[in-house]
Ligand binder design. Structure first.
Ligand code: HOZ
Length: 430
């Protein structure tokens, strides 16, 4: 495959951008080789600068749930730009967006728009600290909540991919206020809470993890955490940047029937534009300025173009339940296909999946937490990644990421992915 234009761009990029990319995972360092530079995308396909076509499994890490270039969203954006790009003042669509989010997400009574998932999680823990008057938070090993200082302790995604789960630059004070527990280990959480009684403001997690690869909560785990938080007056936060509006219309919380106190949301509510939000119980959100004393602000928050795209996307999801049926069926078809191929090839790797999220881990251990995710054979994943890319399948370039399906994938596309997977496995194992 000719990727010479991408290679030339990457070469040049490294002179001007740290590592040649604006977000580390994209650099392909975990899988080797040179990143492909994307020129355009439509439906289930992305096209690179050398005009190669790929079936897409990143989907901007989640938000392109309807595939790329959806006509309704494109129209909403092109209509909105006729009225300028940013006002730094309130607009009608922000009200409509807030109302729609509170209708769709079971636990959200009030919501504040920000510009990214990172801003959302940083703001949510600040409010939790203000509300409780406590300093410490609990997060889980391998969960990633953006690049806010408090979260770069035992962090997943790019942080683990590049071997810096505890980033330099985070002060000792911040690190001391972040306690970590193993995912799916209720007893460890109980022990941490007992040892820090009255000091824990918030417990934050990805209700389904996407950032150490796809890892599901064990039976009773979310319920157990809810109970501990209730007993100890801890603000329970679901980071639904990846799962929100994806695992169901109301996200993971609707799917599992657990209501957190606060929820963080990301790019999907901008239809792919740069947006985030945090929201939850009114009694907590009332602490946010200007109603309450916890400060958080932003000129671009509720940006009119992003709101136009996001509102159109969320209205569509709200009115088309068949989206979720299709995503479930596509997920099942793909996982069944992968499982059959592995049986045929005598392989026993682990596939974790739920709805339209999945990860194939190159380990035969059950992957339920950070250590088991890290038991994967990473060099083998790198070879597999390139074998898939050569066959026109564009995946997340790290073992520690989830893949995301979109409704633009028809059965024929899923079958192509299954076929590419089988051939790639044969190639890299053989
Ligand atoms: N850390 C992101 C996925 N978990 C990747 C962000 C990006 O490169 O866009």
């Amino acid at each position: 495959m000719n990727i010479s234009t991408s290679q030339a761009l990457f070469e040049k990029a490294q002179h001007f951008i740290p590592g040649g990319v604006n977000s580390p995972v994209r650099a392909f360092r975990a899988v080797g080789g040179s990143p492909i530079f994307i020129k355009s995308a439509k439906g289930p396909y992305v096209y690179d600068e050398d005009d190669n076509e790929y079936i897409e499994l990143i989907n901007s890490w989640g938000p392109m749930i309807l595939g790329h270039g959806h006509e309704l969203i494109q129209k909403a954006v092109s209509d909105a730009i006729q009225h300028s790009f940013s006002f730094g003042a309130p607009t009608r669509r922000e009200v409509e967006m807030a109302e729609l989010i509170t209708t769709m997400v079971p636990s959200i009574e009030k919501v504040r728009m920000v510009n990214s998932g990172t801003e959302a999680t940083m703001s949510a823990i600040r409010v939790a600290r203000g509300f409780t008057g406590r300093d410490k938070i609990i997060k889980f090993e391998g969960c990633y909540h953006g690049h806010g200082d408090s979260f770069l302790i035992a962090a997943g995604s790019g942080a683990v991919t590049f071997g810096t789960p505890d980033s330099p630059g985070v002060t000792k004070g911040v690190a001391n206020d972040t306690l970590t527990a193993p995912y799916n280990d209720l007893a460890a959480v109980k022990k941490l809470v007992d040892a820090n009684k009255g000091h824990i403001a918030a417990l934050i997690l990805e209700p389904v993890v996407g950032n150490m690869g796809c890892v599901l909560p064990a039976e009773g785990f979310l319920e157990g955490l809810r109970k501990i938080c209730d007993e100890e007056g801890i603000v329970f936060i679901f980071d639904e940047v990846m799962t929100g509006f994806r695992l169901s219309k109301g996200g993971a919380q609707e799917r599992f029937g657990i209501k957190p106190d606060l929820t963080t949301l990301g790019k999907i509510i901008g239809g792919g534009m740069p947006v985030g939000a945090y929201g939850g119980k009114a009694e907590i959100m009332n602490w946010v300025s200007p109603l309450g004393p916890v400060y958080q602000a932003g000129t671009l928050s509720g940006n009119p173009i992003a709101m136009a795209a996001g509102l159109t996307m969320l209205n569509y999801l709200n009115e088309h339940p068949e989206v979720y049926t299709k995503l479930e069926l596509s997920g099942h078809r793909l996982v069944n296909g992968f499982t059959n191929s592995m049986k045929k090839l005598g392989l026993n790797y682990t596939i974790n999946s739920i709805g339209s999220m999945y990860t194939l881990f190159f380990t035969d251990q059950a992957v339920t937490d950070f250590p088991s995710a890290k038991s994967s054979n990473l060099p083998l994943f790198g070879k597999y990644f390139h074998a898939m890319l050569d066959r026109g399948i564009y995946m997340g370039p790290s073992q520690f990421e989830s893949m995301f399906l979109s409704t633009a994938l028809e059965d024929s596309h899923i079958d192509r992915i299954i076929e590419a997977n089988e051939e790639s496995l044969k190639e890299v194992i053989g």
